[in-house]
Structure formats: C-alpha cells, structure tokens
Design a protein around this ligand. Structure first.
Ligand code: GLC
Length: 582
C-alpha cells in the first residue's frame, strides 16, 4: 500500500526561481540533482541530524534514552533548524551491538518505547516539519531473531539458507579466511549442526543471505511496514556488505597491514564486500522506496570515492545518498581537503547529489579529532559545501569524546580489540542539555558516563551565549536555508594555498553569490581577494564581525572561517586563477 503524506515545504524558495541552479560551470556538471520539474527534493535542500537514541534523552529514569525522550526534544531540533532526524536502531534487540543486532524488524524495543510512541514521534515530528529517517540493518540480524533460531535448528530447516552456512575447511577449521570486523574469524562453528555460519561483525550478528529470494522479500516487507507508518526514509547499515562471493574465495592478504593495527585489515575484503551483484539488490530496495513519494535512501558505505559513487547506481537506481565520509579521515589541511572536494565533485555521476558528514556514532567526535577551535571551521565547511549535510547529535554544542573508565566500557569492538582506539563509547555519551545533574539526560544512572564538561558545554548555557558553537551552528543553518546559492547552488573551488580553503557558491552562472574562506590553522592568514572581488562578511565563525566590507584583501584570524556575500558576479573570461573548473 502506498501512503503519501504531504508536508508543506519546510522553508525556502522553490527552485523554480533558480533555473539550472545547481549546475556547474563548464566541463563536468556534477548535476542538477534529482529534480522533479525544477523542484528539488527535501533531502537535497535539507539537513540531516543523527540521534543515537540510547544517549539522546531518557524519559523514564532507566538511564537509557527513549522515544518519548526524543519527542520532548524535537523542539530543540526545530529551533536549530535541521530538516530530518535519523535515529539509530530502535528495534527489539539483545543489544550485543546496541541495536545493530535486530531480533524483530517490525517492532520497537521496550527500552525505547512502543509502536504507539513511534507513531506519536512521527506525528509530532511531521507537525514540526521534521522528517524521520530510520536505521535499517539488512546485512545481519541478531542470532536471537526467530529466523536465525529456525535456520540453526537443523540443516534441513526451510530457513537454513536464509543465513550463510558452510562446512568446515579441510582441516576442520573455518571454511576460508574471512574475518570479522569486530575481531577474530568471520565464521563461528555451530556444534549441533556441524557447520560454520558467517558474520561480518559479532557472532551474535549472523549475516543474512541476500542471494535467497525469500530473504529479499522478507526484508522488503519490513521496509514496507515502516514506509506505510510514514517514515521518510532509511539510512541503510553497511549496505556495501550485502552480497558476498558465492564461491567463498579467500580474501587476499593486505601487504600493508602490520601487527598491532586493526586485525580486520590483515586482509583486503574484496570477496566479502562491494561485490558487483550488490547493486541489483540495492536497486530492488530503491524500487520499493520509489513506490512511495518523497522518501530517501541513504547508504552507509566506507569506500574510496571512485567506488563510493557506484552506489548511486546505474542511472541513479541505487541509494540517493551514499554517505560521503571523506571529512572524517581527511588530513586537516586546505590543499588536501580542496583536492578531496574537487575529486569528489568530479567523480559524481551526472545528477548524483553530493553529501557530507563530519561525525557519527562510529567515529571519534570532530571536536576531539581536530580541536574545539577548528570544529567551528568544520561546521562552516559542512554547512556551506555543495550537498546534503549530516550532523551528529551533540556536535552542535561542541561535545567531545569522553574518556571511558575500563569498568564502564560497553562497546564490543573495544572489548574485543582493546587499547588501539577503536572503541566507540567515547562518542556515544549522553547529550548535554543543561547544567543540572547528568546534564538533564536522565534522572537515573546513565548507561555511559556524562562528560565532565557538561556544566559549560550544554544546550541551555550555549543558547544564552552569543559566541557559542551552538549559536554558530544555528546561524549557519539559518543562513543556508534562506539562500538557494548555499542550499542547492554551484560550487567553485579556488586553488588552495597554505592553510586557506576558499570556494564560492552561487545560484547560477553569472550571479553574485558567496565566497567562503576557511582558515584551517591557528595562525593569522592574509590573502588577496580573488580576481578583485569585493563583498561583505555575513558571518564569521567567531560570530563577532558581521556586515564588514571586504576589498582587495582578506585577513582571517587564527581558526576563523567567514562567509562573504560577493557584490558582483565573478568576472567573465579566463578564470584560471579564480575558478578551478570542476
Ligand atoms: C555499522 C554501524 C555500526 C555497527 C555495524 C554493525 O557500521 O554504524 O555501529 O556496529 O554497522 O551493524
């Protein structure tokens, strides 16, 4: 059944007013995105905000966040100005991997609430013009899912083939050298039936067999269940893993791997991920989602750019947004980030819509990776680059990784592979709402420690501080949303020199737009304005010099970024020093 829900345009100018708005200049266009009769989709204009539900807001004092808690905080998201909230898994789960081990794809874990709470969340979110994106975990279920219980009951169980079972290798050990991302072999022996099953992650997360048509149908049914309930899309967990080699060949050894590093990287996972057949499966998911109006598919994919872009699919039959995680591991310098933006834009298929991510529940927080001062510059970058930005909860107030005492470690990844910085608890700690105890997250004992800095770093305090990072995020989001040039316009890079990254955004060729200048270092930087351009600073990351005219040259203070509204369109003619053609 197709249920459409109409939501008024959240904000903004329909793109009709800006024909060709998002097309590039000469050469590669980078596309004008998935437009329908000149109208951009909400997920192209919009900003996504990730909530890790265990850590956002607890409503019942059990120390774990829940759906009623999220509902009470929707006003914060609305105030901040984001357009969609992506919620990490809330399904029934034994919580071996904190919800990424699903034991029922069509219900809600009692820790988080009920289906009624979920319906209320959808209604309350939609009532505030906020979209809701669910996390969908199709690669593996929990080992407690009834499907796996059946599959493991006997070799001739009708669901045996729903998972990936193999006889032992010739020596009685695992069938091949496939490894688990969470340490150790990717195969676990199942004594009662004498075979191994494959799990890309924990043994408690057996991989489903997406080559089995019944599995595909069951998963499409699960998607339908949530689409019919009104969800606006899915972030699909490890989508590039769905299909494995059907000949079960060994993965090649990685010659660059050294002992002491993540043991998963001892092999190169060419037989276990990014297989060509995965695109057929994704196209089927996409076809289903396309039966509904205005839904989005986002894929979690950690691959180099040239492989990543294949997940848009042939003629855009893949996911709408293959998550672009490049900023997460980028060396923080202007030249390399400039080259990265350039290469990404160039690699995008025509009409493929870009996106950018600074952090998520698997990555150390941006403020810890590059420092609190640069986290503000990163915010300006995220919200002015071309493409859909995704924010991780708490980054808007500058939350940092929290050091987790050994006895409070919860993440199985840290428990299995300790001491080399893989643990993800530090970036999953409770949201800091206010200066009251436990930062207003819970009245009970929080499941992970609350950061000690919460009396200063919290929503309430920062709301009242003119210069806070929260104020900066809000100002950036406000500015972006009123300006087609920033939301959907073209980008042109100015060749980076030293520590300054500069680019322009404009609604269309020949129109004055914005110059964004970001100082990625902690010393002052002065540059000539490109090609004699002049303009007015609209926003500085320091939030202290708005409406300042700029002529000839621009001086950026340490760790400062600025958005300048240009007075005139860039001069016509050769632009080699001003524009880097994309
Ligand atoms: C994804 C999730 C991560 C989880 C893993 C296994 O990478 O983001 O948190 O542990 O998949 O489901």
């Amino acid at each position: 059944m197709t249920r459409k829900h109409d939501m008024p345009e959240t904000h903004g100018t329909p793109a009709e007013g800006v024909p060709g708005a998002a097309t590039h200049a000469e050469g590669h266009t980078g596309g004008h995105g998935e437009r329908r009769t000149g109208q951009y989709q909400w997920w192209q204009r919009g900003i996504v905000y990730q909530v890790y539900p265990r850590s956002f807001q607890d409503s019942n004092g059990d120390g774990i966040g829940d759906l009623p808690g999220i509902i009470t905080r929707l006003d914060h998201l609305r105030w901040l100005g984001v357009d969609a909230v992506w919620i990490s898994p809330i399904y029934p789960s034994p919580m071996a991997d904190f919800g990424y081990d699903v034991s029922d794809y069509t219900d809600i874990h009692p820790i988080f609430g009920t289906l009624d709470d979920f319906d209320r969340l959808i209604a309350e979110a939609h009532g505030r013009q906020l979209r809701v994106i669910l996390d969908f975990v199709p690669n593996h279920s929990s080992d407690q899912h009834p499907w796996f219980l059946e599959s493991s009951a006997s070799r001739d169980n009708p669901k045996r083939d729903w998972y990936i079972w193999r006889d032992p290798g010739p020596d009685g050990g695992p069938p091949n050298n496939w490894l688990s991302n969470f340490g150790g072999p990717g195969w676990t022996f199942h004594e009662p039936t004498g075979q191994y099953y494959y799990h890309a992650f924990l043994p408690e997360q057996p991989d489903l067999n997406w080559r089995n048509e019944e599995v595909v149908q069951a998963m499409l049914d699960a998607l339908r269940f949530w689409l019919d309930r009104g969800v606006d899309g899915f972030r699909v967990d490890v989508i590039w893993h769905l299909i494995k080699d059907d000949e079960f060949r060994d993965n090649p050894l990685n010659p660059d791997w050294e002992p002491g590093h993540n043991p998963f990287h001892a092999v190169i996972p060419v037989q276990t991920s990014d297989r060509p057949e995965v695109h057929e499966v994704i196209a089927r998911i996409r076809r289903l989602v396309d039966e509904y109006s205005e839904r989005v598919l986002i894929g979690e994919i950690y691959l180099p750019v040239e492989r990543l872009v294949s997940y848009y699919g042939v003629e855009l039959t893949g996911v709408h947004l293959p998550f672009n995680f490049q900023l997460i591991n980028a060396p923080w310098n202007a030249e390399q980030i400039g080259a990265m933006i350039h290469d990404y834009e160039k690699a995008l298929p025509e009409e493929g819509w870009p996106n950018w991510v600074l952090g998520n529940h698997d990555q150390h927080r941006i403020a810890s990776r590059i420092g609190s001062a640069q986290a503000r510059v990163a915010a300006m970058m995220l919200l002015t680059l071309r493409g859909t930005p995704t924010l991780y909860y708490g980054d808007e107030i500058g939350m940092r990784d929290v050091e987790i005492p050994v006895h409070r470690i919860r993440d199985p990844l840290e428990i299995n592979i300790p001491g080399i910085g893989l643990g993800r608890d530090p970036e999953r700690t409770p949201m800091q709402w206010s200066g009251v105890s436990n930062a207003g997250f819970t009245t009970g004992d929080p499941w992970l420690p609350v950061a000690e800095d919460y009396p200063e770093i919290n929503v309430d305090t920062e709301k009242h501080e003119h210069g806070s990072i929260l104020a900066l995020y809000r100002a950036l989001i406000n500015l972006r949303q009123g300006e087609p040039a920033l939301e959907i316009g073209r980008i042109e890079l100015i060749p980076a020199t030293g520590d300054l990254l500069m680019y322009t955004r404009s609604a269309r060729i020949g129109e004055a737009g914005f110059l964004i200048a970001l100082n990625l270092h902690d010393s002052e930087e002065t540059r000539m304005m490109p090609a004699g351009a002049t303009g007015v600073i609209l926003l500085s990351t320091h939030l202290d010099r708005e409406d300042l005219p700029v002529t000839e040259q621009i001086t950026l203070r340490p760790n400062e970024g600025v958005i300048i509204r240009l007075d005139d369109a860039p001069p016509a003619g050769p632009r080699d020093s001003f524009f880097q053609e994309l």
